[in-house]
Design a protein around this ligand. Structure first.
Ligand SMILES: Nc1ncnc2c1ncn2[C@@H]1O[C@H](COP(=O)(O)OP(=O)(O)OP(=O)(O)O)[C@@H](O)[C@H]1O
Ligand SMILES: [Mg+2]
Length: 300
């Protein structure tokens, strides 16, 4: 599953994506695709264990990929270059990060690299079982549309789920309105199921009320926990009971729910494609999907 997280204005994208990655019980690739620059290398990753004596410096990260993409042969994949630029998120081998840009000036150089990078992320998911969480930062809007170079537009368009991170404050909800409008317009036409809300509860309104006001499905609710959130972004020593904190428990449980939703959405899209191909194939696909759905429900 490829989940992209964005905000209208610095509402907690990096913290939420990283908390979900740290809490995940499945292998996870956290891709820092915020084109205004990555912050994890200056925070949590400063203290992450280094692989085989390597140091996380400016030679590792998303900004290394355009050159590797340009240098690769036509039949070669970008996967080895992506692999070389991954960094362990914590002590486990199964949670890794692609650290972000070291300068926003590098953003335009990625223009031709997105399709191949998306392909590598999709293969990590489909062939190697990695959930991919993409920190897509703040939306940059230009004349009512997503700015083509300053947002990872293709990632947003190809994500299984796009989560707009919103806080339950008046200011955050107010700025989320135009962000929803822009996202609706830019994501797959007429398919609203990709767009969802991740609400951080630190204000006056209940999360569901925020979702109703914005007319977007509520997919995740994270508590406001400054100590835990500060560790997730800034690193250092984890606060006592961090793994069992409300933030981490919510990140795990909603992470599972988002994955389940993404799975159903994929099935739905595949079924649509099959239907378009032939009515016979479609009816078989529908029966299989119904059986699988029943299986998932009875096991869930
Ligand atoms: N669930 C939370 N509880 C408490 N504080 C939070 C929570 N999530 C984020 N914060 C705090 O809010 C601030 C902004 O969070 P974060 O850096 O994750 O936002 P962002 O959307 O990635 O911002 P930017 O667009 O600037 O990268 C940080 O100080 C972070 O610790
Ligand atoms: Mg951020």
């Amino acid at each position: 599953m490829l989940t992209a997280l964005v905000s209208a204005k610095s509402d907690g994208v990096t913290t939420s994506a990283t908390a979900m990655a740290l809490a995940s019980s499945r292998p996870v690739l956290l891709a820092e695709l915020d084109l205004s620059g990555g912050t994890l290398r200056h925070g949590l990753l400063r203290h992450a264990p280094s692989g085989e004596g390597r140091v996380l410096d400016g030679r590792i990260g998303l900004h290394r990929l355009p050159r590797a993409d340009w240098a690769r042969g036509e039949s070669e994949s970008l996967a080895p270059a992506v692999d070389e630029n991954l960094w362990p998120l914590d002590g486990s081998d199964s949670r890794v990060v692609l650290p972000g840009l070291t300068s926003p000036a590098q953003a335009p150089s990625l223009a031709h690299t997105w399709p191949e990078l998306i392909n590598v992320m999709q293969l990590s998911d489909q062939q190697h079982g990695f959930d991919v969480l993409a920190d897509c930062g703040r939306l940059v809007v230009d004349r009512g549309r997503l700015h083509a170079e300053l947002n990872p537009v293709q990632v947003l368009q190809q994500a299984d789920v796009v989560l707009l991170v919103v806080r339950t404050t008046e200011a955050s909800v107010a700025l989320a309105h135009p962000a929803v409008q822009v996202l609706r317009q830019e994501l797959t036409a007429g398919d609203d199921a990709a767009l969802g809300l991740l609400v951080i509860e630190d204000g006056t309104y209940p999360a569901q009320e925020v979702a109703d006001a914005l007319g977007v499905a509520l997919r995740a609710v994270l508590p406001f926990e400054p100590r835990e959130a500060d560790y997730v972004t800034a690193g250092g020593h984890p606060p006592r009971g961090f793994i069992r904190s409300k933030l981490m428990r919510a990140a795990r449980s909603y992470g599972d729910q988002v994955r389940e939703h993404a799975h159903r959405r994929r099935l739905h899209i595949r079924m649509g494609a099959a239907q378009a191909m032939s009515p016979q194939v479609a009816s078989v696909a529908q029966r299989v999907a119904a059986q699988r759905g029943a299986g998932v429900r009875s096991h869930g």
